[in-house]
Design a protein around this ligand. Structure first.
Ligand code: FAD
Length: 391
């Protein structure tokens, strides 16, 4: 039988939440083990669009919501991290775009325009035109209004790779996880049969949290899944575009991000309303047909000859909310030595880590003495979703 191990904090799940937290804890001198059952980043994180929201999207109705306030500081924190001057050193991570854009194809803006010019939004949303427009929109036939948001877009595979580097020898692959108890108290986990004791255990396994909680006999917090049916298109002539295209509703009609494929072409990744309810109900061929029609209508000058199309189904995992309302912050709940949560957005991973660190500080948890780790199986880093589907 494998020798038992001990650590300060045992983290389950190596998506953005677990990896960011792990790096922060190690930086503060804690000993950690992060357990991943599949590939690092491979569930939601590398399938995300990589937008580091500052909340402007949620102000489309002309009112700042809780969401707008809570995530307003995330672009700054990530920008500093990517510049190598922030709370984590993410230098080397690829910044895909220093800004995300809001684009209205018609005259939809109406009173939203004056709201964007208001004090509340100053410095967060600026109108752009002419040569300042994103390259894909610079065409004589382009009509509409474009606003530049103070948000950035990151190449998530490079974020995951960098955080995996910062994780050093703390990352471990294991499939079977069982609770390790002393009396009623959870004192650690059994990972593929090996006992690991820890001062605190954090579940950051995304959709996997549901099953882990069930296996530990814990009912709360409940989780919700929000299914999405995303679309990808790769074509030789595509130029990068990072924009929410507004429709009439509260959500963007389509959100386009662009990702570099290994063959040098750009992949457009399409989310927003297109990928939600009606999109989820469509089969792959129908979803591609609708996406193609949307793009041809919105951007008739773009040549999709020879394009490769694919769709990707993925669930967003979040704490249960009434009416599937989008949560405003990273979410963390506690049950004794166990902490469980969801960042709810890639952008909010720093907020998730803050919440865990605050609990440790409140409980007076300090780095302890632990024997050096033996060699442990390391989980692989996930491949970008577009390489698997359009490679
Ligand atoms: P995940 O990335 O899902 O990671 C959980 C990890 O836990 C996985 O690696 C999984 O294999 C592992 N795991 C599961 N079960 C176990 C177990 N039993 N033991 C060990 N490990 C386990 N957010 C933004 O801020 N900006 C965006 O542009 C954006 N776009 C998105 C687009 C899409 C299509 C989707 C689906 C989400 C998007 N999001 C975005 C949301 C964002 O991706 C998620 O909120 C975030 O990635 C969740 O991170 P996580 O670490 O909690 O979960």
């Amino acid at each position: 039988m494998a020798e038992p191990l001990s650590t300060d904090v045992l983290i389950l799940g190596g998506g953005i939440a677990g990896l960011w937290l792990n790096a922060r804890l190690r930086q503060q001198g804690f000993s950690t083990l992060l357990v991943e059952s599949a590939s690092l980043g491979g569930a939601q994180s590398v399938k995300s669009q990589g937008i580091i929201h500052g909340g402007a999207k949620y102000a489309l109705h002309g009112a700042l919501t809780g969401a707008s306030e809570a995530i307003a500081d995330m672009p700054r924190r990530w920008r500093e991290a990517v510049a190598g001057t922030g709370e984590l050193d993410l230098s080397g991570v690829r910044l895909l775009s220093p800004a995300h854009y809001l684009w209205s194809p018609g005259s939809l803006f109406g009173n939203v325009t004056s709201f964007f010019a208001s004090k509340a939004m100053r410095g967060r949303v600026d109108p752009v035109s002419g040569s300042e427009l994103p390259p894909a929109l610079q065409h004589p036939k382009f009509k509409g209004k474009v606003y530049r948001l103070a948000e950035l877009v990151l190449d998530v595979p490079s974020v995951i790779a960098r955080l995996a580097e910062l994780g050093g020898d703390s990352l471990v692959a294991a499939r079977e996880v069982e609770p390790l108890r002393e009396g009623e108290a959870l004192v650690g986990l059994r990972l593929d049969g090996r006992e690991v004791r820890a001062q605190r255990i954090v579940l950051s396994a995304g959709a996997g949290n549901e099953d882990l909680l069930q296996r530990m006999g814990i009912r709360q917090p409940a989780m919700q899944r929000r299914p999405l049916h995303m679309v990808m298109v790769k074509a030789p002539g595509l130029k990068p575009l990072y924009a929410h295209c507004l429709g009439g509703g509260p959500k963007p009609r389509v959100t386009v991000t662009s990702h570099p494929a290994a063959d040098g072409q750009w992949v457009w990744y399409l989310g927003g309303d297109l990928a939600e309810a009606d999109g989820v109900a469509r089969n792959e061929a129908e979803q591609i047909a609708v996406a193609e029609q949307e793009l041809r209508q919105l951007l008739p000058w773009i040549d999709f000859t020879g394009a490769q199309w694919a769709t990707l189904r993925v669930d967003r995992a979040e704490p249960a909310q009434s009416g599937l309302v989008r949560p405003d912050n990273a979410f963390l709940a506690e049950a004794g030595n166990l902490l469980v949560g969801w960042p709810t957005k890639l952008a909010l991973a720093p907020d998730f880590a803050d919440r865990v660190l605050a609990c440790l500080a409140r409980d007076g948890i300090q780095p302890g003495e632990h024997a050096p780790l033996p060699p442990l199986p390391r989980p692989p880093v996930a491949q970008p979703a577009w390489e698997a589907l359009l490679g």
